[in-house]
Design a protein around this ligand. Structure first.
Ligand code: 9MR
Length: 584
């Protein structure tokens, strides 16, 4: 049956081409018949950025292996050949599997429009858009994800289109777990801890992961304020005079402030004891607890609240007293951390929700110290930063050393000694240079090595792009921006699985993310703008994967929480990277 359909398709294609494809049948140049597939079309697809390319970007597609040496770029819908190029030699990337492929480089073609790539014997590529505005809607949607993941509120029309839902988790009476008990808040006592974002596909709220997620969004605002000044994303607060990114982040900061215990320590997380079922937020009515206190939670809290104190200060009249209150809370958490400098979170026996376990805290000390220094200018914080700072590495929820240095470099040039600034800058650029070198050695043109394919590998890709874009800001060297853009190409489809990993953006996107709301709201399309975790061959969920190769082990199925979940710390570098690209 498939064979018969295929033959009909070939005949039709031939007929349409032979008769001329132009809409008025007159002026359109004909598609050269030599372009018609002379042999059975391979099922393998040409992989490219499905959303599109900026006109001056490096533009490279990955073509399934072929004996052909050439490709053409065909303008759509006219069918005119507008560019012809030579394919690279056959390449392979062992992390993706055994398949060979070639690169099709059409970087020198920069005319805005819609095109396809054609290679004899292969299926035509999907549409390629070249235009200056390809990432704008995606940015707004990636930011809007946080609204959709808000706890303690109904998600309503006209902000939510078809994804309106009831309020879930008012969290007006959360219980203190024995692991978090103190004299003032004993086990079993309750207090309100409303608002905040659900961490991911589950309904937990975790301070450590909120740390880096909130940093990336606040940093996007702090580094690109002009870009955000009038940018509205249609949320309930859009009508006020505050930039919407700050309105959205405020929802999480207000929750964070409730997570401080009276002694200054910070609860590690707020969850049910076990995972919620596959149900909507309002259906998950089991008791929620604050669980454990940890050095990492206290320091991440201190870092975020001192950032917030500084960044929201100009909006003092809209949020009276908040800036001062947040700084006080941050300094109190800092003092608690100094007294409890090595208190890791340990999962109690009756708890199975997410762990975010971390056992080394120099990076959190350095980060909180640098944020507190930038907000207060007190030298004791800079001294603590110097004492605890580590070589910057690609940031993650467990390793925030990069954020410490980045804050001093990007907003602290006037406040630190020129020699210190210079050495921090060199360290930061060395990290970026390492990423550039990894990219250069990679036939898929992404700076990913085996160790990077962890749970949430797509966030590693985007955090590398974030590092590159900050290097670009520091040095103005174009190579950093170019390589960062190619990381966006990877995320949006130029990768071994051929998925654009953001829901709703591309022609092959995740339809069944491990996101409880999307999986139980009865709406076919998942909430748009969500980045899934991406390939990782840990098999923690026991799903059946199409490949065991780390760059290909991805499954678009609810079952796959290790590759197909979404999370606030993964969307955040997507927002940052797109803001950086759109701002520049
Ligand atoms: O992102 C986290 C990843 O680094 C860990 O390996 C994994 C297992 O501990 O947990 C991930 O975080 C999950 C968290 O524990 C609970 N909410 C969903 C998060 C994303 O999967």
């Amino acid at each position: 049956m498939r064979h018969i359909n295929y033959s009909i398709l070939i005949l039709l294609t031939f007929f349409v081409s032979a008769c001329g494809g132009g809409s008025d049948g007159k002026e359109e140049p004909q598609v050269n018949q030599a372009q018609l597939p002379p042999e059975p079309i391979s099922k393998a697809k040409i992989k490219l950025n499905q959303l599109g390319y900026l006109p001056n970007a490096v533009k490279i597609a990955i073509v399934p292996n072929t004996n052909q040496a050439e490709f053409t770029l065909v303008s759509m819908p006219s069918g005119n050949i507008v560019f012809a190029g030579t394919l690279s030699a056959a390449l392979s990337w062992p992390l993706a599997g055994d398949d060979k492929f070639k690169q099709a480089d059409f970087s020198s073609f920069s005319t805005e429009g819609s095109y396809i790539i054609r290679v004899n014997g292969l299926e035509d590529s999907s549409i390629i858009n070249i235009n200056t505005n390809v990432y704008s809607a995606l940015h707004d949607s990636a930011l809007k994800f946080y609204y959709f993941n808000r706890a303690s509120t109904a998600i309503t029309y006209p902000y939510a289109d078809q994804w309106s839902r009831n309020e879930g988790h008012s969290d007006d009476k959360v219980m203190v777990h024995t692991s978090a008990a103190s004299t003032q808040q004993p086990a079993g006592s309750t207090f309100p801890s409303t608002k905040g974002w659900y961490d991911a596909g589950d309904y937990g709220k975790y301070v450590v992961n909120s740390g880096i997620a909130t940093y990336s969004l606040l940093a996007a605002y702090e580094h690109f304020p002009a870009f955000y000044r009038d940018r509205e994303i249609n949320i309930p607060e859009s009508a006020d005079s505050v930039p919407d990114i700050l309105n959205e982040v405020l929802w999480n900061i207000e929750w964070l402030t409730t997570m401080q215990s009276p002694d200054g320590g910070v609860y590690h997380k707020l969850t049910t004891l076990d995972w919620p079922g596959l149900e909507m937020p309002d259906e998950d009515t089991r008791d929620r607890y604050v669980i454990g206190k940890s050095t990492a939670a206290a320091l991440d809290f201190a870092a975020i609240l001192s950032m917030a104190s500084r960044i929201y200060q100009p909006y003092e009249s809209t949020f009276p007293g908040k800036s001062e209150q947040w700084l006080k809370a941050a300094e109190k958490a800092w003092l608690w951390a100094l007294e409890n400098e090595n208190q890791p979170y340990r999962q109690p026996l009756d708890v199975t929700s997410g762990e975010y376990g971390d056992y080394t805290f120099n990076d959190e000390f350095a980060w909180a110290a640098s944020e507190l220094f930038m907000t207060t200018k007190k030298i004791k914080y800079l001294e603590k930063y110097m004492e605890t700072a580590e070589q910057p590495s690609v940031p993650s929820w467990a390793n925030v050393s990069y954020l410490a240095t980045s804050t001093l470099l990007l907003i602290g040039e006037e406040d630190i000694e020129p020699s210190l600034y210079q050495s921090l800058k060199e360290a930061q650029l060395a990290l970026a240079n390492n990423i550039v070198a990894q990219h250069k050695n990679n036939p898929y043109r992404v700076a990913m090595v085996e160790a990077d394919f962890v749970w949430g590998s797509n966030a590693v890709v985007l955090n590398k792009a974030l590092v590159l874009l900050q290097a670009y800001r520091l040095s103005k060297e174009a190579i950093y921006k170019q390589v960062a853009l190619e990381h966006v190409d990877y995320i949006l489809g130029r990768n071994p699985t051929g998925y654009s990993y953001v829901t709703g953006y591309g022609n092959k996107t995740p339809l069944f993310p491990h996101h409880r709301i999307s999986a139980s709201d009865g709406i076919d399309s998942p909430i748009p703008g969500m980045l899934v975790g991406g390939p990782h061959n840990g098999n923690q969920d026991g799903c059946v994967y199409p490949s065991q190769h780390s760059a290909s082990a991805y499954l678009d199925d609810w079952c796959s929480f290790s590759t197909n979940e979404v999370a606030i710390n993964w969307n955040a570098p997507l927002v940052y990277v797109l803001a950086a690209l759109l701002d520049q």
